[in-house]
Design a protein around this ligand. Structure first.
Ligand SMILES: *Cc1c(COP(=O)(O)O)cnc(C)c1O
Length: 420
C-alpha cells in the first residue's frame, strides 16, 4: 500500500488528521533556517510551543505571590502533581492514583526496589533483559550488592539466542521453569532502548506472578510511545522518564506506577519523605510517618514545579491529540519507514526491530554492517538528527506528534544517497 515517492508522502501528510501538531513544536533548524529531520524523540523529545506559557505561569505566580503560590497560584503548587495524574494515567493505562510524577527514572527504580525487592536466602535473584539500559543494570546490580548478594549469582540475563538480536518469550519461560523458585524480581525494560523490541507485559507479569515473583517494568522507551496498559498487565510497579517521548525537557521528572493492590500496604519498606505523608497532617511535622495511599505515598520531596509545568504542557498536548490516534499514526509512520528501508535492498543495513507492529513502538534500529559509524556521521551532515548506539546501531524514531511522512521519506532518500 505504501509508495516510494515524494508525492505519496505529501498526500499522506495532507490526509493526516494529526498533521497540524507539528506546528505546535519547535523543530530544530540548520544554518540556512530549514527544518532538520529530527528522528530522535526516543532520546530527547522536542519542545511544545505551549511549554513556555506553562512555565511562565509558574514564574509569574512565584514573582507575584512568593510563598503564597503554594495555595494561591493559578495552579497551586501544593497539589501540582495532582494536575498531572489523570493524563499521565491515560498514557500508561493506569488508574490516576496508581501513578505519580516524581524524582527521576533511576531514582524511582531504586525506590521501587527498596519496596519490592525483598530477597530471602532462597528467593533472591533478579531477571533483566540482556541488553538492558546501563543505568537499569547498575541499579539492579547495586541493589543486589546492597543486600549482600553477588550479582554474578543474583543477576540473570534474558538473552537473545546465539545469532539472534531479539529476546524470545519462550526463553524467559525456560528461565522461570528452571530458576523461578530462586527469582524474586523480574525487572524488564518494556520497550528495549537498543533493539526497539516491545515485550508482552501481561504475559511477562503472569509468568512472574505464577512463580511468586514481583514484576516491574521500565517504560523509558514505552511511555508516550506504546500503550503499556499497566493496570491490566498486573505489573507490580513501573518507572519511566518524561524527556523522551513525553517531550518535557532535558532531565525532567520521571513517572512511577504502583499497582492498586499495593496501594494501601503500609507494611512495605519504603524510603520515606514528607511528601509521601498524609496530606492532612503533613504540616504538623510531628506526626509519625503515615503513607498516603497509592503511588503518591512514595513521594519524598516537594517537587520542582517548573519541571512539572513542562510535563503538564506536554500531557495536555497528548490528551488533545488522543493517545489512540497517535498510536494509529505511529504504526503507519514506522510502517512507512520500514517499507522504504526494505525498498533499498542494501545489505550494509539490517533492521533488527521486530516486524510486527505490536512488538515495537515507533523506533526502528538499523544495524550497520561492520559497525561503520561514519554512516551516522554522514547522516548528521545531511541534516538528519538520529543517534548511534554502540556497538553498531542507528536508532530512527519517527514520532507521531511532530514527525511527518515527508520527514521519513526525506530521511530514506538521504540514507540511500549515502549508501550508494
Ligand atoms: C533513558 C533511560 C534511562 C535514563 O535514566 P535517568 O535516570 O532518567 O537518567 C534509564 N533507563 C532506560 C531504560 C532509559 O531508556
Amino acid at each position: 500500500m505504501f509508495q516510494n515517492n515524494l508525492e505519496y508522502a505529501k498526500t499522506q501528510d495532507a490526509n493526516d488528521p494529526l498533521a497540524s501538531y507539528r506546528k505546535k513544536f519547535h523543530i530544530p533548524k540548520d544554518k540556512t533556517g530549514a527544518d532538520l529531520i529530527y528522528l530522535c524523540g526516543n532520546s530527547l523529545g522536542l519542545q511544545p510551543k505551549i511549554t513556555s506559557e506553562y512555565i511562565q505561569e509558574v514564574l509569574k505566580d512565584w514573582a507575584d505571590l512568593g510563598v503564597e503560590g503554594h495555595t494561591q497560584a493559578k495552579h497551586p503548587w501544593l497539589p501540582y502533581h495532582e494536575f498531572l495524574a489523570e493524563n499521565m494515567a491515560k498514557i500508561v493505562g493506569a488508574k490516576p492514583f496508581e501513578v505519580v510524577v516524581m524524582n527521576t527514572l533511576t531514582i524511582n527504580l531504586h525506590l521501587m526496589m527498596v519496596s519490592f525487592f525483598k530477597p530471602t536466602t532462597i528467593k533472591f535473584k533478579i531477571v533483566v533483559e540482556s541488553d538492558a539500559f546501563p543505568s537499569d543494570k547498575y541499579a539492579v546490580e547495586s541493589q543486589l550488592k546492597f543486600h549482600g548478594i553477588d550479582p554474578k549469582e543474583g543477576l540473570i540475563l534474558w538473552k537473545p539466542r546465539q545469532g539472534e538480536d531479539l529476546c524470545r518469550f519462550e526463553d524467559l519461560e525456560e528461565i522461570m521453569k528452571n530458576q523461578g523458585d530462586e527469582i524474586a524480581l523480574l525487572m524488564i525494560g518494556s520497550t528495549n532502548y537498543y533493539t526497539g523490541q516491545s515485550f508482552p507485559l501481561k504475559k511477562i507479569t503472569e509468568i512472574g506472578h505464577k512463580y511468586g515473583c514481583i514484576v516491574g517494568f521500565d517504560l523509558a522507551h514505552g511511555a508516550g510511545n506504546i500503550q503499556p496498559n499497566l493496570h491490566d498487565s498486573g505489573a507490580d510497579f513501573a518507572v519511566w522518564c518524561t524527556y523522551k517521548y513525553l517531550n518535557s525537557g532535558p532531565g525532567s521528572l520521571g513517572g512511577c506506577f504502583v499497582h492498586e493492590r499495593h496501594a494501601e500496604n503500609k507494611e512495605l519498606n519504603r524510603f520515606a519523605g514528607w511528601w509521601g505523608h498524609n496530606k492532612k497532617t503533613r504540616f504538623n511535622m510531628r506526626k509519625d510517618f503515615d503513607a498516603l495511599p497509592g503511588a503518591e505515598g512514595w513521594q519524598l520531596s516537594n517537587p520542582p514545579i517548573l519541571s512539572m509545568a513542562a510535563i503538564r504542557a506536554s500531557l495536555d498536548t497528548f490528551a488533545e491529540a488522543g493517545f489512540d490516534n497517535l498510536r494509529k499514526k505511529s504504526e503507519k509512520l514506522t510502517g512507512y519507514l520500514e517499507f522504504l528501508l526494505d525498498e533499498m535492498k542494501n545489505d550494509s543495513i539490517n533492521v533488527i526491530t521486530p516486524r510486527n507492529p505490536e512488538e515495537r513502538g515507533c523506533q526502528l534500529s538499523i544495524q550497520v554492517k561492520n559497525a561503520d559509524k561514519t554512516l551516522h556521521t554522514k547522516l548528521s551532515e545531511a541534516g538528519v538528527i538520529s543517534d548511534w548506539r554502540e556497538p553498531d546501531v542507528i536508532r530512527i524514531a519517527p514520532t507521531p506528534l511532530y514527525n511527518s511522512f515527508i520527514d521519513v521519506y526525506m530521511f530514506s532518500e538521504k540514507l540511500k544517497r549515502i549508501l550508494k
